[in-house]
Write a protein that binds this ligand. Structure first.
Ligand code: FAD
Length: 476
C-alpha cells in the first residue's frame, strides 16, 4: 500500500492565496486523511498588495486600507481567525467627502451610494452638477430599461441612465478608487452586476438603489456591534493583522517565501508539475494559482487558452503618504477626503485625510494624508522620481487645500500593474478559459483579483471557493 501523502500547492501568497490555503486546510483536516499544503510566494513577504508599516507612531497602509463591511467573506474570516475584536470602523466625525470641481472642493451630496443619488433633495442642491445635468440624471426615473443579454461598458451604462455630467463629475472619480480605469472599457457585468440587476428589476437605477438601501440594517447584522454603523472597516493595527493571523493559522502549512514559480504543467491523469525559478520541480496533486493574470498566463504557457488572460490589462498606481503636525493644517479635519475628476487635469486622483477617517492611524497632534496618483490614460507617472511624485502631490494640496507646510516625512509606494481592468465580455471570456483549463488540467484551479472581484472580500471568497472546489475534487 502506498504511503505517499497527497501534496497541494497554492501559488501566490496574497490574500487570495492565503485564504485558499486556510480554507483548504480546514476542509481537509475535517476529512481526517493526511495531506500536505504548500504556499509559494515569489516576494520576501506574504500578503501581496496588503502592506502595513508602522512609523513614528503612525499606522500606514501602502496598499489597500479597508474593506466594505457589508461583504461577508472577510468578516467571516476575521471571526474564523479570532480577530473580530481587532476590527474598527471609520470616525463618525469625518463622514463628509468632497469632490473637486473647477479647482474648488464641493461636498458630495448626502445620500449618494456609489455615486447614485438615493435622496433627491440634496442631489438637486449640489453645485457639482449643472441644472441641465440634474434634469438629465432625473430622466433615469422614467427612461425605459434596456433588455440586454450581452455585456456593455460601465461608462456607457451610466451615461445612458444618468447622463455625462453625473458620470464624469461624480461616479467616475468615485469608482477610480476601485479600478483606476476607463469606465468605457470596463465590463458592467464584471464590475457592478448590481447596477444591471437594478435596471432590470426596477427599470431605474435611482429607484433600484433606493430600494437596496432599505436592506442596509439586515446587511450589517453579521458585524460585531463596534463596527455596525460603519460602511468601511479595517483592523486597529492595519490590514497586516489579517495577514499575520493567517500566517499563524497556517503554521503547520509549508509557507515558502522568496520562491517564484515559472511553469505549471499537467503530469499524467491526476498530477501537475510545478517548475520553480531555481530550476527544481515538484509533482503535486492539486494547484491553486492566485497570481495576477499576466503572471498566471506565463505559467500556463503550454495551454492555448492562457492567451485570453493576456487581454486583461493592469493599471499602475502610486500613492504618496505625508505626515504633518496638526498645527500646520489650515483646514477642518471633518471629512474622509476628496476626489479629483479626470477633467480637472491634476496629478492626484484623490486624497484621503487618513487620520481623520481612521483615528488609530496617527498619534495625538499629528495628521496623516494619502494622495493617489495614476489611472487609465494617466500612466506617465512611472517615469517620475519619488521626489517628483511628492512635489506634484504637494503642489495639488497647496492649490486645493492651501496646505503649504513641509511634511514631517513622506512615503511613496509604486504599485506597478496592480489594478486589473475587466474588459467588456470578461465573464464570458473567463468562463471559456476555465472550461478549457478544466478539460486540459482538472487539478489546476485559478482565482484572484484578476477574475471575479478586486476587493479584499471578493478575493477571500474566491480563495475559499477554489479551496472547496479542490477539496471536492480530491474527495470524490
Ligand atoms: P496579490 O495581492 O497581487 O497577490 C498575488 C501574489 O502572487 C503576490 O504576493 C505576488 O508576489 C505573487 N506572485 C506573483 N508571481 C508569482 C510567481 N511567479 N510565483 C509565486 N508567487 C508569485 N481592496 C479593498 O478591498 N480595499 C481597499 O482599500 C483596496 N485598496 C487598494 C489600493 C491599491 C493601491 C491597490 C493596488 C489595490 C487595492 N485593493 C483594495 C484591491 C486589493 O488590495 C487586491 O485586489 C487584493 O489584495 C489582491 O489580492 P490577490 O491575492 O488576488 O493578489
Amino acid at each position: 500500500m502506498s504511503t505517499r501523502i497527497p501534496h497541494y500547492m497554492i501559488v501566490g501568497g496574497g490574500i487570495t492565496g492565503l485564504s485558499a490555503a486556510f480554507y483548504l486546510k480546514k476542509r481537509l483536516e475535517s476529512a481526517g486523511a493526511p495531506f500536505r499544503i504548500s504556499v509559494v510566494e515569489k516576494s520576501p513577504t506574504f500578503g501581496g498588495k496588503i502592506h502595513t508599516i508602522e512609523r513614528e507612531g503612525f499606522v500606514i497602509e501602502k496598499g489597500p486600507d479597508s474593506f466594505l463591511a457589508r461583504k461577508r467573506p472577510i468578516i467571516d474570516l476575521a471571526y474564523d481567525l479570532g480577530l473580530e475584536h481587532e476590527l474598527t470602523g471609520t470616525n463618525p466625525g469625518a463622514k463628509k467627502t468632497y469632490i473637486v470641481r473647477q479647482g474648488k472642493l464641493h461636498r458630495m451630496p448626502p445620500g449618494l451610494v456609489l455615486g447614485i443619488p438615493t435622496q433627491m433633495t440634496p442631489f438637486m442642491k449640489t453645485g457639482l452638477i449643472s441644472p441641465l445635468g440634474k434634469m438629465r440624471a432625473a430622466l433615469d426615473l422614467i427612461l425605459p430599461k434596456r433588455d440586454l443579454s450581452t455585456d456593455e461598458s460601465l461608462g456607457h451604462f451610466l451615461e445612458r441612465r444618468l447622463g455625462k455630467e453625473v458620470l464624469q463629475r461624480i461616479v467616475e472619480p468615485l469608482l477610480a478608487g476601485i479600478y483606476a480605469g476607463d469606465t468605457f472599457k470596463l465590463s458592467l457585468k464584471a464590475t457592478f452586476p448590481q447596477f444591471r440587476a437594478m435596471e432590470q428589476k426596477h427599470r431605474s437605477l435611482i429607484l433600484g438603489m433606493m430600494a437596496s438601501r432599505k436592506n442596509v440594517s439586515e446587511e450589517s447584522a453579521h458585524l460585531p456591534s463596534a463596527v455596525r454603523n460603519s460602511v468601511f472597516v479595517t483592523f486597529k493595527k492595519g490590514l497586516q493583522t489579517l495577514v499575520s493571523g493567517l500566517e499563524v493559522a497556517l503554521k503547520t502549512v509549508d509557507l515558502r517565501n522568496g520562491v517564484g514559480v515559472v511553469s505549471v504543467r499537467k503530469m499524467g491523469q491526476h498530477q501537475a508539475e510545478v517548475i520553480f525559478e531555481d530550476g527544481h520541480s515538484e509533482m503535486v496533486d492539486g494547484v491553486i494559482l492566485t497570481t495576477p493574470t499576466y503572471q498566471a498566463a506565463q505559467m500556463l504557457a503550454d495551454l492555448p487558452a492562457a492567451n485570453q488572460l493576456k487581454t486583461i490589462d493592469y493599471i499602475s498606481v502610486a500613492n504618496v503618504i505625508m505626515a504633518f503636525d496638526r498645527k500646520d493644517i489650515p483646514f477642518e479635519l471633518d471629512a474622509s477626503g476628496f476626489l479629483v475628476p479626470k477633467t480637472e487635469g491634476r496629478t492626484i486622483t484623490a486624497c484621503t485625510l487618513t487620520s481623520a477617517k481612521w483615528l488609530h492611524t496617527a498619534p495625538d497632534g499629528k495628521v496623516l494624508l494619502r494622495c493617489y496618483i495614476g489611472r487609465a490614460g494617466e500612466q506617465e507617472w512611472p517615469e517620475w522620481s519619488d521626489e517628483q511624485l511628492v512635489s506634484k502631490a504637494r503642489h495639488d494640496l497647496r492649490e486645493l487645500l492651501g496646505l503649504k507646510a513641509e511634511p514631517l516625512f513622506t512615503d511613496v509606494t509604486r504599485l506597478m500593474h496592480s489594478m486589473p481592468q475587466y474588459p467588456v465580455g470578461h465573464l464570458e471570456q473567463i468562463a471559456q478559459f476555465r472550461e478549457e483549463l478544466t478539460a486540459a488540467m482538472p487539478q489546476v484551479l485559478i482565482v484572484g483579483a484578476g477574475f471575479h472581484g478586486v476587493g479584499l472580500p471578493d478575493c477571500i471568497r474566491q480563495g475559499k471557493e477554489a479551496a472547496w472546489q479542490l477539496a471536492d475534487l480530491i474527495q470524490n
